[in-house]
Design a protein. Structure first.
Length: 153
């Protein structure tokens, strides 16, 4: 069964990992509203995490359920054709994600994954952020690198 549109499929076939996706923007929006400050796609950190909260030594990866294999999720489908091709790609992605998490941990950074299907729920993201990072504190924010508010997609 085909669950992705042609444009998404061609992007996936090309193996392009998308940045600034809708779920990613949703997470940024909530994080920003709560007062957490973050940097995007830091290349100096393993896995180039989507959001990096330097003061907390913590990162968030926003993962597409299909691409990164959200187990048990209804979006975690496998295309009916080229099964081997897809499975190989999926395996590589999951391996890469695992290695990035291990490498981050070795540097003393924590990682949280927000799945695409969870990112639809702002309240869920908020709870997750508070649990993961602790409450945003004004004095910390004041000293952190200022960032622009997220652009809406
Ligand atoms: Zn999912």
């Amino acid at each position: 069964m085909d669950v992705v549109d042609a444009r998404t499929r061609s992007r996936m076939m090309a193996g392009i990992q998308s940045k600034n996706t809708k779920p990613e923007m949703a997470v940024r929006k909530v994080a920003h509203a709560l007062g957490y400050r973050y940097r995007l796609h830091r290349r100096d950190l393993p896995g180039t995490p989507d959001l990096a909260f330097s003061r907390f030594r913590a990162v968030i990866q926003v993962h597409g359920c299909f691409w990164h294999r959200h187990e048990g999720c209804r979006f975690c489908t496998t295309p009916a054709s080229n099964v081997e091709f897809w499975q190989k790609k999926f395996r590589r992605n999951v391996e890469r994600d695992g290695k990035a998490e291990v490498a981050l941990a070795a540097k003393g950074w924590r990682m949280m994954v927000v799945w695409e299907c969870q990112a639809r729920d702002a309240a869920f993201i908020e709870t997750g952020l508070r649990r993961f990072l602790g409450e945003p504190r004004q004095e910390i924010i004041a000293n952190d690198t200022p960032v622009s508010p997220p652009k809406t997609a």
